[in-house]
Design a protein around this ligand. Structure first.
Ligand code: F6P
Length: 317
């Protein structure tokens, strides 16, 4: 099952799970539309050929959803009835923090062996260095910012670029560093807008004409629009533009890194089920497969690397 926001590489994970499961002699089924499909019994048998030619495709062939009903006791009970009625003996869940919060609650009450895979562009889960889809999303954002820089330079403009990340600034941090942005505003640190404005002022005095500010959508100061307004107030003569990258960051063919991560984790998850592991998320830390209990996965995002935060100030002069 894939659940929550889709991420590039989910299909590669589905392919690995289906094929490893069949190799292990299991009957493999797909639950469509996440927890909502579980509640409604939208469950389909899957063969090796059903996952042909999907390793390179973004989105998820199983479709996905954010189910409010599953967060209720009645919804969870309906889901459990569907699972037992369909003789489902183990679950593999691919998703982000919402998926694992749901799983954590569900398995407090119902016992079905379950292993999770980290599938989110946000990279905000404990228990893995990278999540499936993050690398592709960062590359998409980086390429977009590179293009924005060309036009910003042509017009001597300040650009505010908003990237995804409701609660996490990893996409902003990595795409901003990779594209040489002047400022990166993320929810994990307190944004000092005066400081940002002073840096624009400094740049102007040094005749540096382009200033790119990457803002995570969940930044504590506010959205890109709010940052734009503050700049316009302080510098009424500046030419400022805002670009919200939005859902293009979620789509597209997964990068090689996401395809390999998804394949390794899908393969490991089935083997973990086979070995009797349960209620753990498979992740990769320092190139080794590790399993983290669902309860720990949702304990908050891994801390931001302070080195990276300090580095931005030095490199973006
Ligand atoms: O969780 C992944 C994510 O892409 C976040 O970065 C973003 O805030 C959110 O999903 C957007 O969700 P939706 O597709 O429901 O608008």
């Amino acid at each position: 099952m894939t659940s929550g926001g889709d991420s590039p590489g989910m299909n590669a994970a589905i392919r690995a799970i289906v094929r490893t499961g069949i190799y292990r002699g299991m009957n493999v089924y797909g639950i469509r539309r996440g927890y909502q499909g579980m509640i409604e019994g939208d469950i389909i048998p899957m063969k090796t050929t059903d996952v042909s030619n999907i390793i390179c495709r973004g989105g998820t062939i199983l479709k996905t959803a954010r189910s409010k009903e599953f967060m209720t006791d009645e919804g969870m009970e309906k889901a459990y009835v569907q699972l037992t009625g369909n003789n489902i003996e183990a679950l593999i869940l691919i998703g982000g923090d919402g998926t694992f919060r749901g799983a954590n609650k569900f398995f407090e009450k119902y016992t079905i062996p379950a292993v999770g895979l980290p599938g989110t562009i946000d990279k905000d889960l404990v228990g893995t260095d990278y999540t499936i889809g993050f690398d592709t999303a960062v590359n998409t954002a980086m390429e977009a910012i590179d293009k924005i820089k060309d036009t910003a330079e042509a017009h001597d403009r300040v650009f505010v670029v908003e990237v995804m990340g409701r609660d996490a600034g990893y996409i902003a941090l990595y795409s901003g560093i990779a594209s040489g942005a002047e400022d990166i505003l993320i929810p994990e640190t307190i944004t000092d807008i005066e400081d940002v404005l002073n840096r624009i002022d400094d740049d102007e005095r040094r005749k540096k004409s382009v200033h790119i500010i990457v803002v995570a959508e969940g930044d504590d100061f506010g959205s890109a629009e709010k940052v734009h307004e503050s700049i316009a107030q302080r510098f009424p003569n500046k030419d400022i533009r805002t670009c919200v990258l939005g859902h293009i960051q979620r789509g597209g063919s997964p990068s090689f890194a996401d395809r390999i991560l998804a394949s390794r984790l899908g393969y490991a998850a089935v083997n973990a089920i086979y070995e009797g592991k349960t209620q753990v998320m498979a992740g990769i830390i320092n190139n080794e497969i590790v399993f983290t209990p669902f309860a720990n996965v949702v304990k908050g995002a891994p801390p931001m690397h302070s080195d990276l935060l300090n580095m931005i100030r030095v490199l973006s002069v």
